[in-house]
Design a protein around this ligand. Structure first.
Ligand code: SAH
Length: 204
């Protein structure tokens, strides 16, 4: 497409956008949906339909609020399982519930005292292990092509990151590119970004 036709396409798109925004305002269609209009499935329907090719592994997550947020994110994106390892707290727990808001009833979970043995078991069941961490040989999330087989996505401790032993036995390491001044993102925010990307890239 040459520049002129691209520019005219953009202005057509903008005109359509402006017209529909005007229509929405005039006809008051920008009204927030009620909870029942959101038409969510029940926890038991979720358990039946959730994605069982993706497992989220939490390596020694210190904050219960982060754990609860990751449950809620997994629920939102239809991810069926979370493996909680090491010091990561498990449901039922009031602090986890503050951010999970009931997602601990839909997303299945299992506890492992050692993250490495959890990873070994996942490998034996045919999972590709993808650590989400900033390392010297990390691949960038936006360039990464997710394998189409079973995958386990590992997220690390808020201070220490993912344990070195776990990194060594991972198949891939992925980094979320950052532009600002801070070293890293919050672990639950990282989970939201990566899980959206996996789903968005069509891994079913
Ligand atoms: N200070 C720690 C940061 C841990 S942040 C360190 O230097 O390792 C907690 C977790 O969030 C990380 O283990 C990782 O799983 C995830 N995370 C945060 N920012 C990230 C980024 N830019 N790319 C990939 N993972 C990230």
């Amino acid at each position: 497409m040459n520049l002129t036709s691209r520019q005219s396409n953009l202005s057509v798109n903008f005109a359509v956008y402006t017209a529909s925004a005007y229509f929405c305002k005039k006809h008051r269609t920008l009204i927030k949906k009620t909870t029942s209009e959101l038409n969510r499935i029940s926890p038991s329907e979720f358990k039946r339909s959730a994605n069982d090719r993706i497992t989220v592994v939490l390596d020694n997550i210190r904050s219960k609020q982060n754990i609860g947020s990751i449950f809620r994110i997994c629920d939102a994106f239809g991810i069926g399982k979370i493996f909680l390892c090491g010091i990561s707290a498990c449901p039922p727990d009031r602090e986890i519930e503050r951010t999970a808001l009931g997602a601990t009833l839909s997303v299945r979970w299992k506890y492992f005292s050692s993250t490495s043995s959890c990873i070994h078991q996942l490998k034996e069941c045919g999972h590709q292990i993808i650590s989400i961490e900033q390392t010297h040989n990390s691949l960038l999330l936006n360039e990464f092509v997710f394998p189409q087989d079973k995958i386990a996505l590992v997220f690390g401790n808020e201070v220490e990151g993912i344990n070195e032993e776990v990194l060594k036995i991972s198949h891939f390491c992925i980094e979320i590119p950052q532009r600002g001044t801070k070293h890293s993102l919050n672990v639950a925010v990282s989970a939201g970004i990566v899980l959206w990307e996996v789903i968005h890239k069509g891994l079913k």
